[in-house]
Design a binder for this molecule. Structure first.
Ligand code: C5P
Length: 399
């Protein structure tokens, strides 16, 4: 069971083709431990039948304001009384217009009007409908009213067009719901992270890089966002989607990463250097593709890249810094020496061969008291634990 244990969610479904994805959404919410009451509009029932959602949620599905299964016949009041969150996915342009105006002409809109519970909506519509001035007016009104708008995503649409208006994928919606329920201990803080590898060009088609999936850095960025921080993630090339709510700056080389970090470091409270930065770059990189001349390898010359972490840690009034060290052997003395060399209060040590590309990790905390194991787990679970350790230490340092 996951993060949504004991959480009661009313899932509103309005009539868009993205309805079919809501079936997967229900399954994923339940997998996380949530209880899900599904409410469907008439149009939603044209796309997918209530039976699908009843089977997946294991609970009755509500479609009618006049539902006499409720002894008091006030299903619009009863449903949200016991809920922790109302999520509408998909939310059509019409539904959003009704919510923005406070209309209540069916069960879903009436229960929203009668509810004081947090409301999240995931718009889904054709790109022209999304861009229509009236829709944009409604979106901004809903934001002002405290509604959290999730997405929309961009890409190919069911109508054959491409653009903004796709409903976020079920896993992204679940991530947003999980984030909503995390304690917001880091609200008001700004966290800067590096993640992924850097790529140092040899010529326009060849690079020197480090093995790094970016998963740990991305999980930490997500954990910081979930804890309420404002998060900037300076990322080398990875295939990972940016965690919702995080600002990502994409870079290729160590020098670009250094520059982006330095631009943001003085306004950050915490800096976490997770990236596997290339120690050297090719000083004589070619602007033309190198030819394979007579089977001779090219003569490459190297220059040392800036040490981003060391530079940030050395700033007067800079952020509180955390470093990472992926080594092939875990030696407490070497880890301690590295922490001191980098001049950071906290270094996270792990075994490179165990963590690279993996979804699980094992980490050790190295500080001025020595090295302590923090356990093994899924990278996001470990990231959340680590983020609360980082926050605790940051607070102690501020006191
Ligand atoms: O020296 P080493 O690469 O082992 O140090 C690892 C730590 O230093 C990591 O936190 C990494 O992100 C950071 N680092 C950096 N810039 C470099 C090299 C490493 O920020 N050029």
């Amino acid at each position: 069971m996951g993060d949504l244990l004991d959480k009661h969610i009313v899932l509103g479904i309005s009539g868009g083709i993205a309805c079919y994805k809501s079936a997967d959404l229900v399954r994923r919410l339940i997998e996380q431990g949530a209880t899900v009451d599904v409410v469907m509009t008439d149009s939603a029932c044209k796309f997918v039948t209530p039976v699908t959602f009843q089977a997946l949620s294991g609970r009755p599905v509500y479609t009618d304001l006049w539902d006499n299964r409720a002894p008091n016949n006030m299903v619009h009041i009863n449903l949200t009384r016991q809920a922790d969150l109302v999520l509408i996915a998909p939310a059509t342009a019409n539904l959003m217009a009704k919510l923005a105006q406070g209309l209540a002409d069916d069960l879903l809109t009436t229960l929203c009007l009668a509810s004081t519970k947090p409301l999240m909506i995931a718009p889904a519509m054709n790109r022209e409908m999304w861009q229509a001035p009236s829709t944009q007016r409604n979106v901004s009104q809903l934001r002002t009213d405290g509604v959290q708008i999730l997405g929309p995503g961009t890409g190919e649409q069911a109508c054959g067009e491409t653009g903004d208006g796709r409903m976020l994928e079920p896993h992204e919606l679940v991530a947003a719901v999980r984030a909503h329920f995390q304690p917001k201990t880091m609200k008001g803080l700004s966290v800067l992270l590096t993640a992924g590898p850097t790529c140092e060009p040899i010529d326009p088609v060849r690079v020197i890089t480090n093995r790094s999936s970016g998963k740990t850095g991305y999980a930490l960025a997500q954990a910081a966002h979930e804890a309420g921080a404002q998060v900037t993630l300076v990322s080398g090339p990875t295939g990972l989607p940016c965690p919702p709510g995080v600002t990502r700056i994409s870079v290729q080389t160590a020098q670009q990463m250094h520059q982006a970090v330095m631009q943001h470091a003085s306004t950050s409270d915490i800096f976490i250097a997770v990236a596997a930065v290339a120690d050297w770059r090719v000083a004589n990189a070619s602007t033309e593709k190198l030819k394979k001349t007579d089977g001779q390898p090219p003569k490459l010359e190297f220059a040392i890249n800036p040490d981003i972490l060391k530079d940030v840690a050395g700033m007067a009034n800079g952020p509180w810094c955390v470093g990472f060290a992926a080594e092939t052997t875990l030696d407490p003395e070497q880890a301690q020496a590295k922490r001191q060399r980098k001049a950071v209060p906290l270094l996270i040590a792990n075994l490179a061969q165990q963590v690279m590309d993996a979804d699980h990790t094992t980490i050790h905390l190295v500080d001025d008291t020595g090295m302590t194991a923090m356990g093994t787990g899924h990278k996001l679970d470990i990231a959340r634990k680590l983020m609360s350790e980082i926050y605790k230490r940051y607070r102690q340092h501020q006191a």
